[in-house]
Ligand binder design. Structure first.
Ligand code: HEC
Length: 159
């Protein structure tokens, strides 16, 4: 009798098992979709103007502390890819970043371009480099930190 009742429960376990599998899959898909919605913010190159991002950028730069930005690029690990001769093949070095930023994606200003590079790294991929920059800095950095990093990278002594 006991054996029979165990057997009859088997389909129940299968149904529960399938339910769990589908629930997990649902949550994973939901998480992935939400993340891509948060990072994907593509602006068509033809729609860029000298004002693009400047409202956000001006607000971020107000009272920003470039010296603290120098500390933050170490704290957030940016320099692992962006500092020094040996890594020059992983990512463009921060040395001279502001000067190059002004020419990368006209009509974007240097500040707007650097801002975009951090919050939406795949909006523009620097030629000859791979899109390996982490995508979640927009969520990781507070507005204050983002402003400080931006201010630092706009100074001629960024490295
Ligand atoms: C895993 C390596 C890696 C890390 C970590 C990283 N980046 Fe990058 N970054 C890249 C690569 C590669 C590029 C060039 C390719 C591209 O445009 O995505 C790039 C491009 C940039 C650019 C545009 C540079 C130019 O010359 O056009 C800026 C600005 C930038 N990153 C800032 C940052 C900041 C700030 C951090 C930290 C908060 C950071 N990156 C962390 C790899 C990295």
């Amino acid at each position: 009798m006991a054996v029979t009742s165990k057997k009859s429960r088997l389909p129940v376990y299968i149904v529960i098992g399938l339910f769990v599998v589908f629930s997990v899959a649902f949550v994973v898909i939901l998480a992935l979709t939400t993340e891509s919605e948060m990072t994907a913010d593509p602006i068509d190159s033809n729609e860029l103007t000298a004002d693009t991002y400047m409202t956000e950028v001006s607000a971020l730069l107000e009272g920003a502390d470039a010296a603290n930005g120098a500390i933050l690029v170490e704290k957030y690990g940016c320099i692992a890819c962006h500092r020094g001769e040996t890594v020059a093949k992983i990512a463009p070095p921060f040395v001279g970043a502001a000067e190059r930023a002004a020419t990368r994606r006209p009509p974007l200003t240097a500040a707007a371009y650097i801002y975009e590079s951090i919050v939406n790294p795949t909006a523009y991929i620097v030629p000859e480099f791979n899109a390996v920059m982490p995508l979640d800095y927009a969520n990781q950095l507070s507005e204050r930190d983002l402003g400080d990093v931006l201010a630092y990278l706009l100074t001629p002594d960024a490295d």
